[in-house]
Design a protein around this ligand. Structure first.
Ligand SMILES: [Zn+2]
Length: 247
């Protein structure tokens, strides 16, 4: 019997990986979901058309449904590229939605690959809306294909003792809205992870942990080609020497 990924109930609800409200607002359609592991790369075609049996009816109809309902007015506007001021409530909703989506997409990894997020983290999100520790969420503006795409990969960060700490990066591009969730397994002391150089201060807004009211969009947008691409944004995390990015 397959268990709901968020609670001990049976996974008896088929759920669209991309919610309908996103599919309806993504004029160019739904892309693939790719996971780049440390050792292999897999593609799962057409997540919009795949209904995954990973959650129970109660989760689907209750907390997940409430989360979608609170995300729609904010994210629906950002997907259309509208300027918006994001306060603490809007940022927290977007961050929770992003981590929920990162978790449900992760369930599509082949069973031989270990999931990064734990049962405990998924249950804490369901019960109390708790975002896993050492998670940072950014938003950006995307001026590319106006579809819905997701990419994820395993990443390593070095802690202050130079010990490799596993991390997981999920990047979502839906309409004009880009979101990125990074979670690291903090080992004590300060975490260092290599971020590739780029104008990230001018092109991204941190929405979790909360650092203040944010005016969306950032000054620079991400495109499919040119000086600053969604691909660079997605791949900006890598192995490398320590620096002071994560504390
Ligand atoms: Zn459940």
């Amino acid at each position: 019997m397959r268990r709901c990924m968020f609670c001990p109930q049976r996974a008896n609800s088929k759920e669209d990986l991309w919610p309908k409200w996103i599919v309806e607002r993504a004029p160019k359609g739904i892309g693939t979901f790719g996971v780049r592991g440390l050792h292999e790369r897999i593609y799962i075609p057409g997540p919009g058309t795949i209904k995954a049996r990973v959650v129970c009816r109660r989760c689907n109809n209750e907390w997940m449904s409430r989360l979608e309902s609170s995300a729609i007015p904010i994210m629906g506007s950002l997907m259309k590229g509208l300027n918006l001021e994001l306060g603490v409530a809007e940022q927290a909703t977007m961050a929770r939605w992003s981590i929920k989506t990162a978790m449900t997409f992760e369930a599509q990894r082949p069973t031989r690959q270990r999931r990064f997020y734990t049962d405990e983290e998924r249950r804490a999100l369901r019960s109390n809306g708790i975002i896993p520790r050492y998670t940072v969420v950014w938003t950006a503006r995307y001026g590319g294909r106006l579809s819905a795409n997701a990419e994820a990969y395993d990443v390593g960060g070095l802690d202050e003792r130079n010990i490799l700490v596993p991390g997981y990066v999920t990047t979502l591009a839906i309409g004009n809205l880009a979101l990125q969730v990074v979670t690291l397994r903090y080992g004590g002391g300060s975490i260092h992870s290599e971020q590739k150089p780029g104008p990230w201060d001018a092109s991204t807004l941190q929405i979790w942990p909360y650092v203040g009211v944010q005016r969306w969009p950032p000054r620079l947008s991400l495109y499919d080609e040119g000086a600053l691409t969604i691909d660079q944004f997605d791949r900006r995390w890598a192995f490398g020497p320590p620096h002071d990015g994560w504390t």
